[in-house]
Ligand binder design. Structure first.
Ligand code: TXA
Ligand code: MG
Length: 356
């Protein structure tokens, strides 16, 4: 698998060069994989209707076939070709949030390859709002199946270099459109359940969804606590170690002053035995923690949660690249973008929360 030349092609995010899009679309049409930017994270795309191409996605990522893929579309007409029916709520939501970071779980049409749905009766569909993604889907003339462009279980890539680090030699082309604006994956909303429920919090908040559909339910506690070996793969992205960095991470929760003291104590304890510690925090924590001797990555201000979300995966990868042996993270509330941020941190920590 590791035997291809991977080309990284810069592309203008706002006005993608049609000749570059054409080249990438030709690769997809001929059954090859292309990594492309979306507004959430980079995707590893294949023509959704070429099964041999879709199969390569799983091989390149090292992903089990039990984990279904999101299908990316550029027009609402394409949605009709992928689903058996469009529930009334779906159109309202599509109108409000598409193109954008919302994935809808809908009843799958029989023509959708089983490899995409992992044999489930539902298909996950989203219309991304990144101009490169939209242009690529249009030029390919087929919906694009794409998971995040990382090796299975690793942190999702928000810049082309992170996708390259994971997939070098495994894909022919990476379109480099710069950093992803949202930086966290799409919200997955199950519209096949009796009551619409979020399966994975993401780029569209619960509050925003409720302005259109007040009955939307937050992720079930069970799904956010689910162990890795779950068979109930309703949203296998809920697996607790899904977004993990390569070293152990711990999430600290509690009142801010106690939290700072607890993190400091943990840093000192680990430094005493020669461990290199990384901490993921916000600007407001710097005064208390920046002179601790730990490698510090700030996600920005606690008052700018969208920015925190956008920097989160880059933060985890930066600490990883810095060679720290453990990552200590501060936690976030669940309001607005906080729900998705907390979810990803919990997964990065593999469920290891320290309540102070
Ligand atoms: O923002 C995103 O959603 C990014 C960009 C590339 O669009 N994609 C992404 O894909 O995060 P992936 O494969 O890394 O995560 C998609 C999640 C997986 O955990 C998968 O299990 C779940 O969606 N999923 C896909 N189809 C499903 C289905 N039919 N039922 C339940 N879960 C599904
Ligand atoms: Mg993923």
């Amino acid at each position: 698998m590791d035997n291809q030349q991977t080309e990284v092609l810069p592309i203008n995010s706002l006005a993608p060069d049609p000749s570059i899009i054409e080249r990438a679309a030709q690769l997809l049409c001929s059954g090859k994989l292309v990594v492309f930017p979306t507004e959430t994270v980079y995707g590893l795309g294949a023509d959704a209707f070429q099964i041999a191409a879709v199969e390569q996605i799983f091989a390149a990522k090292g992903r089990p076939f039990s984990d279904p893929l999101i299908v990316h579309i550029a027009t609402l007409e394409t949605l009709e070709t992928l689903v058996r029916e469009i529930p009334p709520h779906a159109l309202q939501l599509a109108q409000a949030f598409w193109p954008g970071p919302l994935t809808l779980l809908l009843p799958a049409h029989a023509r959708v390859p089983k490899m995409i749905t992992a044999g489930l009766d539902t298909v996950a569909v989203r219309m991304p709002r990144h101009p490169v993604a939209l242009a690529l889907i249009q030029a390919t003339g087929s919906p694009i199946a794409a998971p995040s462009a990382n090796r299975f279980m690793h942190v999702s890539p928000t810049i082309a270099q992170h996708a390259l680090a994971d997939l070098d030699g495994r894909v022919p082309l990476i379109l480099d459109g710069g950093p992803c604006e949202v930086g966290i994956e799409s919200t997955i909303l199950d519209l096949c359940a009796e009551t619409p429920r979020i399966l994975r919090p993401g780029g569209v908040s619960l509050e925003a969804l409720r302005t259109i559909l007040p009955q939307v339910q937050p992720p079930s506690v069970r799904s956010s606590q689910q162990a890795h070996e779950t068979q109930a793969q309703q949203a296998p992205g809920q697996m607790l170690v899904h977004y993990a960095p390569r070293m152990p991470a711990f999430l600290f929760e509690g009142n801010i002053e106690v939290l700072h003291k607890a993190i400091l104590a943990e840093i000192q304890k680990r430094q005493a035995v020669g461990e290199r510690v990384g901490i993921l925090l916000v600007d407001e924590d710097l005064l208390a923690l920046q002179n601790s001797g730990a490698f510090v990555y700030s996600l920005g201000s606690i008052d700018a949660l969208e920015q925190v979300a956008a920097r989160l995966f880059a933060g985890l990868r930066t600490l990883e690249e810095a060679g720290v042996q453990v990552i200590l993270c501060r936690s976030f509330g669940i309001q607005g973008a906080g729900m998705a941020i907390r979810d990803r941190l919990l997964k990065a920590a593999g469920g290891k929360v320290i309540y102070v």
